[in-house]
Design a protein around this ligand. Structure first.
Ligand code: 4AD
Length: 471
């Protein structure tokens, strides 16, 4: 083969090529001569012509090699994931043909930068559709190159940007609380502990307590920060590290909190949905989810649509009634009773049957965190809210906070929490307390809902869960 191979050189009479990214291909059609660098996403060899679908992270571009360009040693041994720079002119595809962007690069010269293995080590063998999940996640660095993972991560970037935009619109300021802390927020059982210069410290479970301390100096605030939970169960919606979008607002009522949350979610979804490129990714991902479900024998049709306002508001007590009316049992196989923690399976079934966003409010004191404010009309329950979405269940948890110093001190005692490490949090009640509240949104859960993903693991760049901390 090598003996027959042709050697190619760049034609010096051609104009110098303009370096472009694939996203800018439409504005750089012929007669501009361009050079585009990327990875071979797909390859089709038709002996006299080679069709390359090139990927550079900004898009896909069909590229055509003809004549001598197909006869070099490199051309005869091309593989998927080889990195390459291609030179030529971008022209519309012929009538009736299809390609990304409706155009293709007619190549006049190319240089292979780095080859990728074929055969057993070829990317298509390693991250094959039917590979088991461990293999897929061991090779997350390669799975990321696929259409599904890259589309999900592009939606993720768009969603994070839209949240920031919505917070700016509503006048909340972004802060960056610490990830290394010495206090818990959501219960001791999910704390990751580590040795901090000989002192006991934890990875943060939530930035909430720190956000509360910002209110008097910065006004209403938000953060987009990692949270860590040593979850000991393997579920579709729990990670050990996740991106937590949290906000805190001062001088509000519980009703204000719910209205703000609904506004934030809907405004953010509108930004995302009104961006045509992101919208198309979401549509494609939902279609793929429907096909995947069918492969599993599940008839669910995934079709994301921006939710209708207002969201359904349902109290915990009414949810317990609803579950019993629909014969959905608790984890012990018994009818639900007031005070039960509504388990993931029951919550999911209820949300799927109701099939629209639900604000589930006023959970009993016993099943919620120590800092939550009690309902003045019914001290058995808290001014708390979970937002439930069809397909995933809870994506937001929030509440009004205890603003009375003595009540907070009593809550520490009730929960067996030593108050000393919380002195700075307690001080908020000492130096000019205010009614205030906030919430946390799990970005991966929000994405799983929007993109029809089976698990939150697919919505994280390099997901961590019990048993996996690599790559
Ligand atoms: O309901 P959670 O535990 O609430 C808090 O942490 C509050 N301190 C937030 C606040 O008021 N500032 O968590 C909030 C959200 C959940 O609704 C869920 O979306 C997500 O964080 N979440 C997880 N996401 C992935 N993996 C986990 N292990 C998660 N735990 C919570």
């Amino acid at each position: 083969e090598a003996a027959k191979a042709v050697v190619i050189t760049e034609d010096p009479s051609k104009p110098a090529a303009k370096k472009i990214k694939i996203r800018d291909a439409a504005e750089n059609r012929a007669p501009t001569r361009v050079k585009v660098s990327g990875w071979i996403h797909r390859l089709r060899d038709q002996s006299k012509m080679i069709f390359i679908t090139l990927r550079d992270g900004t898009g896909l571009l069909q590229c055509i090699l003809t004549d001598n360009l197909t006869k070099t040693y490199d051309a005869m041994t091309l593989t998927n994931e080889t990195s390459i720079t291609l030179f030529g002119e971008i022209k519309p595809v012929p009538e009736g043909a299809q390609a990304p962007g409706g155009h293709e690069l007619h190549v006049d010269y190319y240089e292979v930068i780095g080859k990728a293995p074929g055969g057993a080590e070829a990317i298509t063998n390693i991250v094959a559709r039917d590979a088991d999940n461990q293999t897929k996640y061991d090779n997350r660095h390669l799975t990321l190159r696929g259409d599904i993972a890259s589309a999900t991560l592009k939606v993720r970037a768009a969603v994070a940007k839209a949240f920031r935009q919505s917070y700016e619109d509503l006048g909340l300021l972004e802060v960056t609380p610490p990830c290394m802390v010495q206090t818990q927020v959501e219960g001791g059982s999910t704390l990751f502990e580590f040795n901090y210069y000989g002192e006991k410290a934890y990875l943060t479970q939530s930035s909430q307590l720190y956000l509360e301390t910002c209110l008097p100096s910065l006004g209403d605030v938000f953060c987009i920060q990692e949270s860590f939970r040593a979850e000991k169960s393997l579920t579709r919606r729990h990670l050990s590290e996740y991106t937590h979008i949290e906000a805190e607002l001062a001088f509000i009522t519980f009703d204000d909190l719910l209205s703000h949350l609904e506004e934030m979610l809907c405004r953010t979804i509108d930004y995302v949905w009104n961006d045509p490129v992101t919208k198309q990714h979401i549509i494609d991902l939902n279609k793929e989810a429907t096909n995947e479900a069918k492969r599993r024998g599940d008839p669910t049709v995934f079709e994301f649509k921006p939710p209708q306002r207002p969201f359904l508001r349902m109290s915990y007590a009414d949810a317990i009634k609803w579950l019993n009316e629909h014969n959905i049992l608790n984890e012990e196989g018994k009818p639900h009773a007031f005070g039960d923690d509504i388990a993931e399976a029951a919550e999911r079934r209820m949300t799927d049957i109701i099939n629209k966003p639900i604000f589930l409010t006023k959970f009993p004191v016993e099943i919620k965190a120590f800092y939550m404010k009690k309902d003045l009309e019914d001290p058995r329950v808290t001014e708390s809210v979970d937002c439930l979405m069809p397909g995933v269940g809870e994506i937001v948890g929030g509440s009004m906070r205890m603003d009375d110093l003595n009540e907070l001190l009593a809550a520490y005692q009730r929960e067996g929490i030593a108050p000393e490490p919380y002195y700075w949090f307690t001080d908020q009640r000492k130096y000019g307390t205010t009614p205030h509240g906030g919430y946390g949104i799990g970005l991966e859960r929000f994405l799983a809902w929007m993109c029809g993903r089976y698990t939150v693991r697919e919505c994280s760049l390099y997901p961590r869960w019990m048993g996996r901390c690599t790559p």
